[in-house]
Design a binder for this molecule. Structure first.
Ligand SMILES: *Cc1c(COP(=O)(O)O)cnc(C)c1O
Length: 375
């Protein structure tokens, strides 16, 4: 039966990132431009302070993107050549690439029922060469940090977090990115807090690490501008920092809206037995999820995706449908049947600030129609 109303619900709208608050952004551009404040100026310092305060972490440093941020975090923490780093296979290749370029060996492991790294699988992968646990707080949900911290203590491992997707997500009241010795957050436009290009931050728990990160991102320079170590050029543009600082002010509204959309999806789709949905907001006392993505499992996933495309609804397969361990050309040899099975079923529905409640209802109507449910 054709839907009563048809509409287009793109997976993500890049123009909306700018048009949502166009005049305020133009004012910031004028202000920063007139001051010529392009590199390492006070707008960046302000943003770094506000970001650290928001996370309840001691230090934050802007970097060019979260991939660089992870690389810099691993180098700052002293990763040595050949050190093994355990990560979930269900993460962006960027997580593993950062390990590779920091000289380490990425070791992908299975994810659990909530699609995040399975602590038991992580522990089983520990060897004498393991140095770091690198959990990804996927989809805006914080990993089980209690379990991961006890593994880290048991085997004397460092924790470095991929918090690229998880700004403001919490586990037992603490923010993702504030558990390990270092972590990275992304401000790619489609992330929960996005800028107008690439951007990222490295969060650390000590002044020593913070100084190392600041040198690594800026040609190895110290406070006096002297070169004291090898470094990269991986600074967050001052202009992007100014845009981000402005948006951070009202970021609580973004988290609220995303959680609201997740609740609507849950209300409309919970009765569809062919689906597995993420835990709805408020259903778990330890968790505060901020829903970077709304990632479901679906029977007949490929047919559902095609049906939604024909109905004007954009969806995505995570990482183009390929988990890290399946990238055989990069040398991975692991067999991860749980992750393989998940990747035959997983699908991401649209969730973003351009979505209206009616858009969400429309998406749900289409999903329900596909499985033969009434509206
Ligand atoms: C986006 C993302 C990254 C990389 O962030 P960039 O800022 O684009 O470099 C790394 N890990 C995860 C899980 C991501 O989603």
């Amino acid at each position: 039966m054709p839907a009563a109303t048809t509409r287009t619900v793109p997976y993500f709208s890049y123009p909306h990132v700018f048009s949502s608050q166009q005049q305020a952004f133009l004012d910031i551009f004028h202000d920063v431009g007139r001051r010529g404040a392009f590199i390492l100026q006070y707008d960046l310092e302000d943003f770094e302070k506000h970001l650290a305060a928001f996370l309840g972490a001691p230090f934050a440093a802007g970097v060019a993107n979260a991939t660089d941020g992870l690389l810099i975090a691993l180098r700052a923490a002293g990763l040595r050549s050949g050190d093994e780093v355990i990560l979930s296979s269900h993460t962006m290749i960027a997580t593993a690439a950062a390990v590779h370029f920091a000289g380490g060996v990425p070791v992908p492991v299975e994810c659990g029922a909530d699609h995040l790294i399975d602590p038991a699988a992580a522990e089983a992968a520990v060897t004498s060469r393991t140095r770091v646990l690198l959990p990804t707080h996927l989809n805006g949900r914080t990993c089980d940090m209690a379990a991961l911290e006890s593994i880290a203590v048991k085997y004397s491992l460092l924790i470095i977090e991929d918090a690229a997707q998880a700004l403001g997500s919490r586990f037992r009241g603490r923010c993702a990115g504030s558990f390990g010795c270092a972590s990275a957050i992304s401000f790619y436009p489609a992330k929960v807090l996005g800028c107008f290009g690439d951007g990222g931050a490295v969060i650390v728990d000590s002044l020593v690490l913070h100084e190392r990160v600041r040198q690594l991102r800026d040609h190895g320079r110290n406070h006096d501008g002297e070169i004291v170590s090898w470094g990269l050029n991986s600074r967050l543009d001052n202009l992007q920092a100014a845009f981000l600082d402005f948006q951070l002010d009202s970021y609580h509204l973004v988290m609220e809206r995303r959680r609201r959309i997740a609740s609507l999806y849950d209300e409309h789709l919970r009765s569809v037995s062919a689906l597995v949905l993420p835990p709805p907001p408020g259903s778990e006392p330890d968790r505060f999820d901020i829903f970077q993505n709304y990632e479901i499992e679906a029977d007949r996933r490929d047919q559902l995706k095609a049906f939604l495309t024909a109905s004007g609804v954009g969806t995505l397969l995570p990482w183009g449908g390929t988990p890290v361990h399946s990238l055989r050309r990069l040398g991975f040899t692991q067999h991860l049947p749980v992750t393989d099975r998940l990747f035959s079923r997983v699908l991401m529905l649209p969730i973003n600030m351009a979505l209206s409640d009616d858009d969400v209802s429309y998406v749900c109507d289409q999903v329900r129609a596909f499985y033969g449910y009434s509206h």
